[in-house]
Design a binder for this molecule. Structure first.
Ligand SMILES: Cc1cc2nc3c(=O)[nH]c(=O)nc-3n(C[C@H](O)[C@H](O)[C@H](O)COP(=O)(O)OP(=O)(O)OC[C@H]3O[C@@H](n4cnc5c(N)ncnc54)[C@H](O)[C@@H]3O)c2cc1C
Length: 405
């Protein structure tokens, strides 16, 4: 590491496991560890409660993971919308709907992540906020801690869960995601949006100027809806238009939904590192989870389920490493295999679906009745959607993985 001048308020500490980042991935890992009686600390650069630029949609299986973590009751107390349907809408207005067996939620990230924080602290975990981590500290090849302008921390296992632009990707790592491995997205909140097809429906609009992406209008929480656009960064670059212009154009096309509505707060944009980017998600002493590992669904832009899922797996792996006296190669391989099975493989299938849909959109094939019928059948089949609950599939998958929260 490069040496940093110590600051007067520098905090030095250590724990058996230290987690960089208090988002869904970091707190999921932390809750698993704290509940196992492991000395664990989560360090975050922000002061909580904090916002996170997001669409705020939790799939029904993400809600189930919250329950497994013991955080559902905390989150349930926050204002949220219950989502029981989703719709895919095509440029000619063709609308295909599906309903969920178990509902998902819309909940602000300020509330969701703070509920996870409270659950983590109640389980005995230590939370250190307002301390940015600038780099990992290594002893030879092995990660032994991290440091920042006002923090120096050592641990037997480090979990990097610090989202897009993670310190885990800095040299000697591969660097942040770009091109086809990156999504770009802009979002804002609106009060008073109309929902002609039902208040609990997440609408996804596949549109000509949002190739390899879509625009969304999500159900309102206390009268306020999350609205935005998302597309793959390589397609965005080819478009040659600003993200903000694409969002303006999207809002203008759906002006009927926004009649009498008013914008709340400011427009925000952020990046989404897409799966399955072939980057290592472990190193000696290190596990990487959530956006830091590039686990966002390339088709839907969904990443909270992936953050919770990989966070749980990272927590279980770190727990076993502490008990075994170190993060050896077999535990690292187990974590890598689990992430590849639960997130990598289904993300690859989702990228194939995205490519097929892109051909349908470019050829305007959705106007043909047989294609519409195929789209309807594909959309309503849950089998391709790994983040939506299908109790039968879930039981089969967890029986195969042996990994449980
Ligand atoms: C516009 C947009 C819309 C989205 N919509 C959805 C959606 O509707 N549903 C969905 O499932 N997903 C959505 N996503 C993706 C989702 O937001 C992420 O996948 C999810 O937040 C990943 O969680 P995480 O815990 O890995 O990282 P994050 O939530 O990014 O948390 C990382 C944490 O690390 C902290 N941190 C970062 N750097 C440092 C540092 N150097 N030192 C210390 N702390 C640090 C941050 O303060 C933060 O608390 C969207 C993303 C965007 C950008």
């Amino acid at each position: 590491m490069t040496s940093q001048a110590p600051s007067p308020d520098e905090l030095s500490g250590s724990s058996e496991v230290a987690i960089v980042g208090g988002g869904p991935a970091g707190f999921a890992a932390g809750i698993v560890l704290a509940r196992a009686g492991i000395d664990v600390a989560v360090i975050d650069g922000a002061t909580f409660p904090r916002d996170k630029t997001c669409g705020d949609a939790l799939s029904n299986d993400a809600v189930r993971l919250l329950a497994e973590l013991g955080a559902r009751e905390e989150a349930d107390r926050a204002p949220h919308a219950v989502v029981d349907r989703a719709a895919a809408v095509f440029p000619d207005g063709t609308r295909i709907e599906r309903s969920y067996g178990e509902p998902g939620w819309i909940v602000s990230r300020r509330d969701l992540d703070d509920a996870l924080r409270r659950t983590f602290e109640a389980a005995g975990g230590r939370f250190v906020e307002g301390r940015r981590v600038a780099e990992l500290v290594r002893d030879g090849e092995t990660v032994t801690g991290f440091a920042g302008p006002s923090i120096a921390w050592s641990a037997r296992v480090v979990v990097a869960a610090d989202g897009y632009g993670s310190v885990a990707l800095d040299p000697p790592g591969p660097g942040p995601a770009r091109g086809r491995w990156l999504g770009v997205s802009a979002t804002e909140y609106w009060r008073g949006v109309s929902f002609p097809f039902g208040a609990g429906t997440c609408d996804h609009f596949f549109e000509d100027d949002l190739p390899l992406g879509y625009g969304w209008i999500f159900p309102s929480v206390a009268g306020v809806s999350n609205v935005g656009v998302f597309l793959r960064a390589d397609a965005y670059e080819r478009q040659g238009r600003r993200l903000s212009d694409l969002l303006d154009a999207f809002l203008a096309r759906h002006a009927d939904r926004f009649r009498g509505a008013e914008r709340v707060g400011r427009r925000r944009a952020w990046s989404l590192p897409l799966a399955p980017r072939p980057v290592p998600v472990t190193a000696p002493g290190l596990l990487v989870a959530g956006d830091a590992a590039g686990f966002v669904d390339p088709f839907t832009g969904e990443g909270i389920w992936q953050a919770l899922r990989s966070g749980i797996a990272a927590g279980e792996t770190a727990r076993d490493a502490v008990r075994a006296g170190g993060l050896g190669p077999s535990l690292r391989e187990r974590y890598e295999a689990e992430c590849a099975r639960a997130i990598g493989a289904p993300s690859r299938r989702k990228a194939q679906v995205q490519r097929a849909l892109d051909l349908v959109l470019r050829g305007r094939l959705y106007r043909l009745a047989p294609v519409r019928a195929a789209l309807r059948m594909g959309y309503q089949r849950q089998s391709v959607d790994h983040t939506k609950s299908d109790p039968g599939r879930r039981d089969r998958a967890s029986a195969r993985s042996g990994i449980h929260a």
